[in-house]
Design a protein around this ligand. Structure first.
Ligand code: SF4
Ligand code: SF4
Length: 332
């Protein structure tokens, strides 16, 4: 097998060295079971994860829990829900102790005097028409006003098949609001008609994602290899799925043989005791999973397999850098 130093030189070798120092250890936390929206296809509600456990309401217990997570080696807390901004004291319990990323629908503005540099990812499900259909309202019109120009915020744009040919307008609006965007694909967990991907649509959206990255390189946080992996569901000839997924909660991971995986990763429910199967829906058929973070992590944990050629290793570096930027381990 080739080595990193035989495959890389100059700038690429320095980029590799920069990311190899990062040693990210993430886990995911449901801050609450409640949300101020009910989107069709939301993995949390469609898999009944909101009923898996009651919420811990004592803030002292949240603080003690985060300290235990720190001691477990976690250095990146990814807060989801439900809608975390409904309980800012719980968000603060993490933010005061750990590098923290907060996912939100953006309807409630996170006060920057209290959370000055917390990374915020706003969910976006398409243009006004799709958001009204899937989320019941045009959330972008509110979130873009709340966060315009914020240097620590980006949109997590979940592209649906109906967005084919229409992504540029969405990305232009994000660019106009002075924000960044990262793209992933809808998994259509609730089987909404017209929102499941066909192979030819996946090929088309890959080309469109590549074009958006080329056209808006300062706005779109992405790379072409990520587009390839998420649209084809394949990496180095292997199919994504349960046997390969890196984002399974470690204490629940009984797979044998165990694939390369995220070390010490757990997705915790809001009672701070119950664990969910993985980073996304507990009931999703893994063969249909398009979760962006799971696909990125899949590439990241498989560095050794990318030591085949200079191009493969450079692709791996770009995915790793993208992930690090999205969680503020590297600047945009
Ligand atoms: S805003 Fe997020 S958590 Fe709330 S229903 Fe929609 S997808 Fe689910
Ligand atoms: S649903 Fe997706 S993230 Fe969850 S175990 Fe399956 S492949 Fe992994």
């Amino acid at each position: 097998m080739q080595t990193v130093s035989t495959l890389l030189s100059g700038e690429w070798y320095e980029r590799y060295r920069a990311i190899s120092r990062l040693n990210m250890r993430s886990s995911i936390y449901d801050v609450t079971n409640r949300c101020n929206l009910r989107c069709k296809g939301c993995f949390f509600f469609s898999s009944d994860e909101h009923t898996a456990a009651p919420e811990e309401t004592d803030i002292g217990r949240w603080e003690a829990f985060v300290e235990k997570e720190q001691a477990r080696g976690v250095n990146l807390a990814i807060l989801i829900g439900g809608e975390p901004t409904l309980y800012l004291d719980r968000v603060a319990a993490f933010y005061k102790r750990l590098p923290t990323y907060c996912a939100t629908n953006g309807l409630i503005k996170i006060p920057r005097d209290r959370f000055p540099d917390m990374m915020v990812g706003i969910s976006l499900w398409g243009d006004e028409e799709d958001e009204k259909l899937l989320r019941g309202k045009d959330a972008f019109s509110i979130s873009s006003k709340n966060y315009a120009g914020d240097p620590y915020t980006y949109y997590l744009y979940t592209i649906t098949p109906r967005q084919l040919g229409r992504t540029e307008r969405v990305i232009k609006r994000i660019d106009d609001a002075g924000l960044k965007v990262h793209m992933q694909l809808l998994s259509n967990d609730e089987g909404v008609e017209g929102f499941s991907w066909t192979p030819s649509q996946l090929a088309d959206i890959r080309a469109e994602m590549d074009a958006m990255l080329a056209q808006y390189p300062r706005t779109v946080i992405s790379c072409r290899y990520y587009h390839e992996v998420i649209t084809t569901g394949r990496m180095l000839g292997r199919p994504f799925g349960w046997n390969e997924c890196p984002s399974v909660t470690e204490p629940l991971d009984t797979r044998d043989p165990r694939p390369k995986r995220l070390i010490r990763f757990i997705r915790w429910a809001a009672d701070l005791q119950t664990m969910h199967r993985c980073c996304t829906s507990a009931t999703r058929d893994c063969r249909t999973c398009k979760d962006g973070a799971a696909h990125m992590s899949w590439v990241m944990v498989n560095k050794r397999d990318h030591l085949r050629s200079t191009e493969d290793l450079q692709n791996w570096i770009e995915v790793y850098e993208m992930f690090a930027k999205l969680y503020k381990f590297l600047p945009w």
